[in-house]
Design a protein around this ligand. Structure first.
Ligand SMILES: Nc1nc2c(ncn2[C@@H]2O[C@H](COP(=O)(O)OP(=O)(O)OP(=O)(O)O)[C@@H](O)[C@H]2O)c(=O)[nH]1
Ligand SMILES: [Mg+2]
Length: 353
């Protein structure tokens, strides 16, 4: 049997990784195997670390979105075959769009190796509601609407937090919660059955406008091994550091789109995340893990504002940690203009299908 490749798109923080992990455990219950491919503009990803910690085999496409790194994606898909998966999830960068023309249609050439599921785009209901307001950020709204337009299936996430959501104008809209599991099995059934017609069209999109929208975001990826002076639990290490970063970003008027961090020690891991300034962080992992001297810490920030300010804030907050850093690596930048390796035009669709 060929594995089914399930692309799960949607804006930053919509819930892509959480859904992939929830679907992975649902597949396990069914006796099926899966793998996941994560994607980012840089390396040191919280998502990859989390997926690995939860025992899902993973691959990464870094230094550009799937569209700009299509050959790397193809190589990663092939590498995943070693795990004999029934399903390979692929999570594009949350600021990325035009995936149908630059990734999904080009991948149809590999239909002898994979089945391609209908393209799911996730929507956070709170984000959708905020974007309906007149004062919504124009760049985020642009990316969000383009992502919606190319979805085969739209899933409104986080139904445990908010049952209502605005009219999205998409033909196939479902609702689910990866946190409670509500709707996850039904979503899997729907995408794996492949009954929804997948990828009939490609987007009309102005690449200059697209580049401008992505470049409004500041991006920061940090990873280090932290050797604490005294043993500390990953939760106690992460909590105050994470809160400090949130407070300082807010003070400097940087608008958090997704702030996430993970501290993994030999005794267990803790992950914290928030999709807006001053929110109550979503915490997962082992808050009761025993104190440890060594922690792998990874921090990813996507925010509206200046990357340099963001880097200075993180440097400042790192000073508050009592210990020593090894293998420290920080990347902070604005995403570069997307330059797809391949783009299928509307008039070429019939030929590639
Ligand atoms: N309450 C609730 N929170 C959720 C649900 N799904 C995701 N979240 C939270 O939403 C935040 C973002 O989830 P992710 O899965 O990391 O989102 P993502 O789309 O992968 O984000 P990026 O990779 O940054 O684009 C995290 O704090 C999750 O815990 C859900 O169903 N219910
Ligand atoms: Mg993710």
């Amino acid at each position: 049997m060929k594995p089914t490749v399930v692309f799960v798109g949607g804006f930053l923080g919509a819930g892509k990784t959480t859904l992939i992990l929830s679907a992975a455990s649902e597949l396990k219950k069914r006796g099926l195997r899966c793998a996941a491919i994560l994607n980012d503009q840089s390396d040191a990803l919280v998502d990859t670390q989390l997926v690995e910690l939860q025992g899902v085999p993973s691959g990464e496409v870094t230094a550009g979105c799937f569209c700009c790194r299509l050959s790397d994606l193809t190589a990663q898909l092939e590498a995943m075959l070693a795990h004999t998966p029934d399903v390979i999830f692929a999570e594009p960068v949350g600021s990325c769009t035009d995936i149908s023309a630059t990734v999904l249609h080009p991948l149809l050439a590999q239909r002898d190796l994979y089945r391609l599921a209908p393209f799911t785009v996730l929507v956070d209901p709170q984000r959708a509601e905020a974007l309906m307001h007149a004062d919504a950020d124009a760049n985020i709204a642009f990316l969000f609407h383009k992502q919606l337009q190319e979805a085969d299936l739209v899933c409104v996430t986080k139904s445990d937090l908010r049952a209502k959501f605005p009219e999205l104008g998409a033909p196939h809209v479902r609702q689910l919660s990866a946190r409670t599991g509500q709707g996850v099995a039904a979503w899997l059934d729907e995408v794996l059955a492949g009954e929804l017609s997948a990828q009939k069209d490609v987007l009309d999109i102005d690449y200059e406008r697209y580049a401008q929208a992505e470049a409004a975001l500041a991006w920061l990826n940090f990873r280090a091994v932290f050797e604490s002076r005294v043993p500390i639990s990953p939760g106690l290490l992460l909590g105050p550091w994470f809160d400090g970063i949130d407070r300082s970003l807010t003070k400097a008027n940087l608008q958090i789109v997704h702030l996430k961090a993970i501290a993994a020690s030999p005794t267990g891991y803790v992950k914290a995340a928030m999709c807006g300034n001053g929110q109550e962080p979503a915490i997962e992992g082992a808050l009761d893990a025993s104190p440890s001297l060594r922690h792998d810490i990874t921090l990813n920030i996507r925010a509206l504002g200046e990357p340099e300010t963001m880097a200075a804030i993180v440097e400042q907050e790192l000073l508050g940690l009592d210990g020593h850093f090894a293998e420290r690596r920080m990347r902070c930048f604005r995403p570069a203009a997307p330059r797809p390796e391949r783009r299928v035009l509307r008039e070429q669709i019939a030929a590639v299908r």
